[in-house]
Ligand binder design. Structure first.
Ligand code: NAD
Length: 432
């Protein structure tokens, strides 16, 4: 089942629970604006290449659209639409004053120079300029985009606007009004939610006895691996797009991050044993795993933190972890989730688990609007509160309807979105 279909089914389920009328259902099921752009970029070779990009704005009843921009070779309209829809749900479920949107450019960034990537970023902003802005639609980083790109995009937006507009983009470099926590915010937020979910589910193992496998070792996966390892959890497997490594005694995450910074990838022929006795490395059998094998390891907590649709009906029966923290958007499809829930697997869904990034973006946007700066500990405290509240409200709703956390989160979000649509008069009466 495609990511978009799974998202649409989640919307339908929550719409039924809320007894939404047909107009409300139609408005939350479909995006408000679908913008597809093609634009030329002069390459270093002197040739011109034409790129395709999207900005899909799903719903803005609660406030300006908000959502990241990804640069990826396979990105298409359907994927961006699914992501834009989940942004509306995520933002509303976290109580943020935003609607939802997402952007994408079809490009393999590894094949281009830094100058070429800057030009792609600038031409993409030129193409969507009239549809975005600090009170309209505020983009941020996502897969393969980072603070450097956000800095160029904010500069391009400001150039076209004729004035500096810091709050047109979030996830910017610190010197341009970014926040120091933004890069680690999604991984950190996921950890906050995980602790809440573990406490709720009566999970009683000590961190040192709790094994964790993480698929994806980028911004989200590596940050979460580092935090969990620092908090004493036994991270036994990690992977990147080329595969992973597994040691049931636990991996030395700091060492892997250092090695990855040098080699650009996790070195699969090396072991990174966690425990050192008198400075001597433990004897271990270094095991490499494929990305598929990693998902099927006998661990306590499984964290897909790479790409969508990795746990489907093809492999869900082989997943052994009793707890899944869905950090990658759309990592589980609907079939997989039903099968896993029937086996009492606890699933913390993407729209709650990975909201730390956009919640911190919101705090950056507020800082920029007010021309102020909070200390990192203040941002962290506000982020903690936003994440814990989102989790509590989701849990209460899922308990009330005896349903999954995903349906609980979608129900909280659609309740807020449709209430805003009623208040704005979009539905023509006081009922939805
Ligand atoms: P990233 O580009 O920094 O890292 C992605 C990681 O996944 C890399 O280690 C990469 O090698 C690996 N990967 C890529 N293709 C893979 C494949 N086919 N199989 C296994 N691993 C693969 O991206 P990120 O920012 O860490 O985002 C990861 C996920 O989290 C995405 O689904 C993204 O939408 C979601 N997310 C990210 C943020 C954020 O703030 N960065 C916020 C919300 C959601």
């Amino acid at each position: 089942m495609s990511f978009l279909t799974s998202v649409e089914r989640s919307i339908e389920r929550a719409s039924t629970l809320l007894a939404l009328g047909p107009a409300a259902q139609q408005l939350v099921a479909a995006p408000k604006n679908v913008i597809e752009v093609t634009f030329p970029v002069r390459l270093d070779s002197g040739e011109t290449e034409v790129f395709t990009g999207w900005r899909i704005q799903h719903n803005d009843a609660l406030g300006p659209y908000k959502g990241g921009i990804r640069f990826a070779p396979q990105v298409d309209r359907e994927e961006v639409q699914a992501l834009a829809t989940t942004m509306s749900i995520k933002n509303a479920a976290h109580g943020l004053p935003y609607g939802g949107a997402k952007g994408g450019v079809r490009i393999d960034p590894l094949k281009y120079s830094t100058r070429e990537l800057e030009m792609v970023a600038r031409r993409y902003v030129d193409a969507i300029f009239k549809m975005i802005g600090p009170e309209v639609d505020v983009p941020a980083p996502d897969v393969n985009t980072n603070p450097m790109l956000m800095g160029w995009m904010m500069d391009e937006y400001s150039r076209l606007a004729g004035r500096t507009v810091p709050n047109s983009f979030t996830g910017k470099p610190l010197v341009l009004g970014g926040t120091s926590l933004r890069e680690e915010a999604t991984g950190y937020g996921g950890y906050v939610i995980l602790r809440e979910a573990l406490a709720d589910s009566g999970f009683d193992k000590a961190p040192a006895d709790t094994t964790v496998a993480i698929q994806g070792f980028g911004n989200v996966g590596a940050t979460l691996a580092k935090i969990m390892s620092e908090e004493g959890f036994r991270v036994v497997a990690v992977s990147d797009s080329k595969g992973g490594i597994y040691d049931e005694g636990g991996l030395d995450i700091e060492e892997i991050i250092r090695a990855q910074e040098q080699a650009g990838t996790i070195e699969k022929n090396r072991c990174y044993p966690k425990a050192l006795t008198n400075g001597v490395a433990r004897e271990v059998d270094c095991t490499t795993v494929t990305n598929r094998e990693l998902l099927e390891l006998p661990v306590d907590i499984l964290v897909p933190a790479a790409i969508e649709s990795v746990i489907t009906k093809e492999n869900s029966a082989k997943v052994q972890a009793p707890v899944i923290l869905e950090m990658a958007n759309g990592a589980l499809d609907e079939h997989a989730e039903s099968e896993l829930l029937a086996r009492n697997v606890s699933i913390v869904p993407d729209v709650i688990a990975n909201g730390g990034g956009v919640a911190t973006s919101y705090l950056e946007w507020v800082e920029n609007r007010q021309g102020k700066r909070w200390h990192e500990h203040e941002v962290k405290a506000m982020l903690d509160e936003l994440m814990k509240t989102a989790y509590r409200e989701t849990k209460q709703r899922s308990d009330k309807h005896t349903t999954s956390l995903r349906t609980g989160a979608y129900t909280v979000a659609l309740d807020r979105i449709t209430s805003a649509m009623v208040a704005r008069g979009w539905l023509g009466s006081t009922s939805r």
